[in-house]
Design a protein around this ligand. Sequence first.
Ligand code: SAJ
Length: 434
Amino acid sequence: MSEPEHVCLLGLGRVGLPMAAAIANAGHQVTGVEIDNARRDAIARGESDLDEPGLAAGVEQALASKRLRLSADAVKAAVYLIAIPTHGSPGEQVEALRALAADLLPTLEKGALVVLESTSAPGTTRASLGEVFSGAGFTLGEDLFLAHSPERVIPGNALAELAQNARIIGGFTPRCAAKAAAFYRSFSSGPIHQTSLETAELTKLVENTFRDVNIALANELATLGESLGWDMSAAIELANTHPRVGLHHPGAGVGGACLPLATRMIASFGDHDSGRGAPLLEAARAVNASTPALLAKKILADLPSGATVAMLGVAYKGNIADTSETPAKALLDALRDGGATVKVHDPYVEAWPEAHLLPLEQALERADAAVLVTPHERFRALKPSDLTAMRGRSLFDLCNILDAERWTKEGFTLSSRGRPWPDAHASQSVRTVQ
Ligand code: SAJ
C-alpha cells in the first residue's frame, strides 16, 4: 500500500459502512461521519441493520484497532469520500451537494482529495463540489483534487465486490483521476479505469438502466407466457445458453433505491433533438412498476372474493432485509384494494410500516393462498408440511423458486412466474444431457 492516509468518510449507510471497514482494515485512519446519532451509536456498539457477510466482524476489527473512529462532524483529512444517499431531481442533487461542499470548506486543506461515490446525474459533481471549491479559491487539479467514483457494490456481497470490482474514476482533471486511482488501489484489486467526471457519472446510470430494461423485457415475456399458456421461464433459461443472450429473471417487480432511480434519471433528460423523451426507458420503467399490480389482479382472479392471502417476502430482493422501494408494497396495496385479507411474513425483515409482520405459521393460518414475492433461499427450502396451517392449496410463486413437480404432487395448485397459470406443473421442466 502507499502511505496510510487520514480519510474522512461521509455517510455510514449500506455503501459507506462497508467502505469504512474495508479502508480502515487496509491500514488507513478513517473517521466515519454519520449525522444520525442513533445509527452512529448502534455502529459503535457493534450493531448494524445491514445484513452483509463479514461486515460486523470487519467493523469490529476496524473499531478495535482504532483505525476507524466515528464522528457526527467532518474532520480535517487528506482524503474525503462522500457516500451519502442522493435523492430527488438532478437540480435538487446539485443543491444538496453544494450545501455539503460548503460545510466541508472549513476543514479542507490544500492537497486534499475529494471523491463523490453517490449516484449523481452527469454534471452534478462539477456543478456542486467543483463550483463551490473553485469559488472558495482552490485550483482543482493543482491544490485540490476532485473525482467521482460511483459505488458499484451489490447489497448482500458488498465487501467482496468492494475489494474486487472494476472501478470507474472520473477526474475533474486527469491528475485528479490519477490521484484518486492511486488511493483506490490501496484497498481494491480490480482494474481501475480513469475518465472524466461526467462519463463516470453516466456509466453508473447506464449500468443500472441496462439491468432495469433487461428485467422489464424478462417481465414482459413472463407475463405473455402466463397468459398464453407458454413456458416462458424455461424459454428464457434456454435462450441464455446462447453465447450472445443474457436475459435477467422475471419476478414480482423491480425494487431497491438504485435501478428505478437510474432509469428515471436518464429518461428525465429526454432527447433534446427530437423532443420525444426516452420512450424505451419510459416503457421499461412502466412495465416494471406495473408488474406487482398486474400480478395481484391475476392472483385475485384465481381466488374466491374476500380471500385470505399469505404474502411471503417483503424485502426488495432475496436474502437481504432491505425493503427500499420494494415491489411488495404495490402488490400488498393491490391485493387489499381487491378485497383480500393479507397476512405478511418475511424471515429477514423485523418491521415494515406497510403491514404487521407475522411469524410464518401465523401468516399461513387459514390462508386460501400463499404468494411468494421475494426469492429468499429460506423459501426455496419450504416443505409441504410447513404449510399445513393453510386452508387452501393455491401457491403463487412470483420468483420461481418452488419445484413445480414436487408441490403439485403434494396436491398444491402452483402458478409460477412466466409459466402457464394456474398449472405450472403442465410445463415440462428442462432436462440437460451433457
Ligand atoms: N431483479 C429481478 N430480476 C433479476 C435481477 C434483479 O427482478 O434478474 C430485481 C430484484 O429482485 C430487485 C431489483 O431487481 O427488486 C434490483 O436488484 P439488483 O440485484 O438488480 O440490484 P440492486 O438494486 O440491489 O443493486 C444495483 C447493482 N447494480 C448492477 O448490478 C448494475 C449494484 O451493483 C449497484 O451498486 C446498486 O444497484 C447501486 O447502488 O446503484
